[in-house]
Design a protein around this ligand. Structure first.
Ligand code: C2E
Ligand code: CA
Ligand code: CA
Length: 713
């Protein structure tokens, strides 16, 4: 006995007390729970209270008879088995019993032993039907959720049966959806029809298939479906029927497309990204290899993009990139502005490699000159002014070129080569230029690499020294300051000047280390000079632009000064104009902080950069150092020292200090002095000298420093 049968509840409805009593007794003895009712009405009521799993129902009863009672139960949706107890064994009443919804009937007189078996059997059958119904419902629900529809195709009758879910996938219901196979084929995307028909042919030949195709839905949408079909054969092996399922996989296809979009295209510009570019280039290289051809890789960089980023902020700079991407993408022959063609990975198109770097390749490149000309015209077309947030930006590009097979035979080496060519331009400070890769660049890169490791060692092993160059006040004929300049005592190469290694240290991110060392050394020297009773002067220390942007600059300067008990008035910081202009907002803050510490600030190489009067005022700079190039021009000969005169006048009107750099001749010194710039630094007075020599000069004075002394002093 199953669980259901054992605990089953039965309702016996019979007007005959004896039958009822005996039935109840027999059934209870068999383990059932039994309730009883004496007529149809009472039976209906009892049913509502007792919720039996099966009903035994007498046919002939006063009031409503068994047939009517059964009919009413069924009308209420009751599905439990109903067994009629009938004394009328004629076919008419048997049929009437079934018509009124009875499950079975038992003739009277009742065989009590048989009864319990009939009841059990009915319960078991009802249970089986129930679970079948449930699983059908579940299946249909699952299919609806998974958007699966099923179909059957009878080959003998050519009839096509479809589930409701199937029709729903086409946006139809079973009645509206045209019958027959042709109606179905019409709803297959024209591009996929041939495949679908072929598959149907093959399944008729006994081959199962799985297939993806597009469906034209009644509502005009196109969805993608996955169909599987299996042939069913008769005893002779002849295919008589085909069964299939169809699943709507549009969501999955859309997700795959989105993933592909994310993986292969740049979000900001919609252009293919580096991954896409590499793959496309790689297949282009295979093609060229097969036919012995050439291919050019062009890497394009937006000149001074960093400045655009810093001046406009990242959002606007992103928009600038979008504009440029559109221009570059459109400007390249054979591509369109509308962009994305995800299924054509091999199309040679402009790609965005990263940040402000774009790339394209030219398959079957016909020679360097031709490629350069093409790139040149592309870049000049794309390089017109950009209007953004009320500003007009003049944009230009630089490009690095590398050729297959000469400069590399993989996408990566070619990209690397083109990158090196671009890097060479950048190091030379060139803009709006095109550079092709040369083998020398690799050599240079190698030597830079070994230089880098040597520099790391230099920091570890303390191979740097400071030299000092005096600043002389010509009017008074004495030293009024000094500039600390760093030198590298290379173990084998000898003394190396800062120009050769500072840019590299900046690139390596190690300039902060050196800067800290320089400041520390200068403070150390200052405090030792003071302790030795030498009359000290303020010492200027150079700050690199990168240091200037660092958050911890103020703290580390303060700590260093404190550690050596050196007053802030004894240290001056020299910063180039371009460093000041990198991020004008942050700069103003740093300067404010530096002033707060009591430090003074000089603009180095003044006149060569971009700073404007407005910025000088805003930054509250203390001193301008007139760049050597202007000083060298004012030799008192035929040249009118117009620029120097203007700078001097301006500094005076702003109440700023002035130092002329790189004074090499007496003539220059006289002109500067005559126009009101008496403080000078240059070979005329002294070259940068060792700490020992500088200390001596501080104590004993600098020979020749007083040759321009003014009588008044
Ligand atoms: P700078 O700050 O403009 O330094 C002046 C440079 O001009 C020094 O070159 C100096 O030797 C040179 N000089 C001085 N007088 C004359 C002259 O009469 N004629 C000529 N032709 N040159 C003269 P140096 O020492 O080679 O330094 C080059 C640059 O390296 C410096 O230019 C400065 O920007 C940078 N630098 C030097 N030391 C440091 C440092 O400790 N930290 C940082 N960040 N940069 C430094
Ligand atoms: Ca300097
Ligand atoms: Ca300078």
């Amino acid at each position: 006995m199953t669980e259901i049968e054992r605990s089953a509840r039965l309702l016996v409805v019979d007007d005959d007390d004896v039958t009822r009593m005996l039935a109840c007794a027999a059934l209870e003895e068999a383990g059932f729970q039994v309730a009883e009712a004496a007529d149809g009405e009472a039976g209906l009521t009892r049913f509502g209270e007792f919720h039996p799993d099966l009903i035994l129902l007498d046919v002939l009863m006063p009031g409503i008879d068994g047939f009517e009672t059964c009919r009413r139960l069924r009308q209420q949706g009751v599905r439990v088995p109903v067994i009629m107890l009938t004394g009328l064994e004629d076919t008419a009443s048997i049929e009437l019993a079934y018509d009124s919804g009875a499950t079975d009937f038992i003739p009277k007189p009742i065989n009590w032993t048989l009864l319990r078996h009939r009841v059990r059997y009915a319960l078991r059958a009802a249970d089986a039907v129930d679970s079948l119904l449930r699983s059908e419902r579940n299946l249909s629900a699952a299919q609806e959720i998974a958007r699966i529809g099923s179909w059957e195709w009878d080959l003998s009758t050519d009839r096509f049966h479809r589930s409701d879910n199937y029709c729903a996938l086409f946006g139809e219901d079973a009645t509206s959806f045209g019958k027959g196979l042709s109606a179905l084929i019409e709803r297959v995307h024209p591009g996929d029809r041939e495949r679908v028909c072929k598959s149907l042919d093959s399944v008729c030949d006994g081959q199962r298939y799985a297939l993806e195709y597009r469906i034209l839905r009644a509502d005009g949408q196109v969805c993608t479906a996955h169909e599987m079909a299996v042939p069913l054969s008769d005893a002779n092996g002849r295919v008589v029927q085909v069964q299939g399922t169809l699943q709507d996989i549009s969501d999955r296809v859309a997700a795959e497309q989105r993933i592909r979009q994310l993986a292969y295209f740049d979000d900001l510009t919609g252009l293919p990204n580096r991954v896409h570019f590499r793959e496309a280039l790689q297949s282009a290289l295979l093609r060229e290899q097969a036919r012995g051809g050439h291919c050019a890789v062009v890497l394009i960089n937006v000149d001074r993009f960093k400045r655009i980023n810093e001046t406009l902020g990242q959002d606007a700079a992103d928009r600038v990139l979008q504009v440029l991407a559109l221009r570059l993408g459109a400007g390249h022959a054979g591509t369109t502005e509308d962009g994305v063609a995800p299924d054509r990975l091999d199309a040679p198109r402009m790609a965005r490699i990263n940040a402000d770097n774009f790339a394209l390749f030219v398959e079957g490149a016909s020679g360097r000159a031709a490629v350069e000309a093409e790139v040149q015209s592309l870049l000049s077309r794309a390089g017109s002014a950009v209007h953004m947030d009320g500003q007009t930006l003049n944009v230009s590009f630089s490009a690095g070129l590398a050729f297959y097979p000469k400069h590399g035979d993989t996408a990566d080496t070619l990209l690397k080569s083109a990158e090196m060519a671009l890097g060479a331009l950048r190091r030379l400070g060139e803009h709006d230029a095109i550079q092709c890769y040369t083998e020398q660049m690799k050599v240079d890169a190698m030597s830079r690499l070994s230089m880098e490791s040597a520099l790391r060692e230099a920091i570890d092993k303390d191979q740097f020294v400071l030299v000092y160059q005096p600043k002389v006040d010509a009017d008074r004929g004495r030293i009024v300051g000094g500039e600390a300049l760093v030198r590298w005592h290379h173990p084998t190469e000898g003394v190396i000047g800062p120009v050769a290694f500072i840019p590299l240290l900046e690139e390596m991110g190690l300039i902060g280390h050196l800067g800290q060392w320089v400041l520390n050394q200068a403070c150390d020297d200052l405090s030792r000079w003071r302790a030795a009773g030498v009359p000290v002067v303020p010492i200027a220390v150079n700050l690199s632009a990168i240091q200037f942007g660092r958050q911890d600059l103020l703290d580390s300067i303060r700590d260093t000064l404190d550690a050596h008990e050196v007053g802030a008035d004894m240290i001056e910081l020299e910063v180039t104009e371009s460093a000041l202009m990198r991020d004008t907002h942050a700069t103003a803050e740093v300067l404010h902080g530096l002033h707060g510490l009591g430090l003074s600030l000089a603009v180095d190489d003044f006149g060569t950069g971009y700073s404007s009067l407005a910025y000088l005022k805003r930054f509250a700079v203390d001193t301008l150092k007139i760049d050597r190039s202007f000083v060298q021009d004012c030799d008192g000969g035929n040249h009118d020292p117009a620029i120097v005169r203007a700078i001097i006048a301006m500094a005076r009107s702003l109440g700023m200090g002035l130092v002329a750099e790189g004074v090499e001749t007496e003539a220059q010194a006289r002109v500067l002095q005559a126009h009101g710039c008496p403080v000078m630094q240059g070979y005329l007075f002294a070259r940068p000298m060792s700490e020992v020599d500088f200390r001596t000069a501080l104590r004993d004075g600098l020979p020749g420093a007083d040759r321009f002394r003014r009588a008044a002093e």
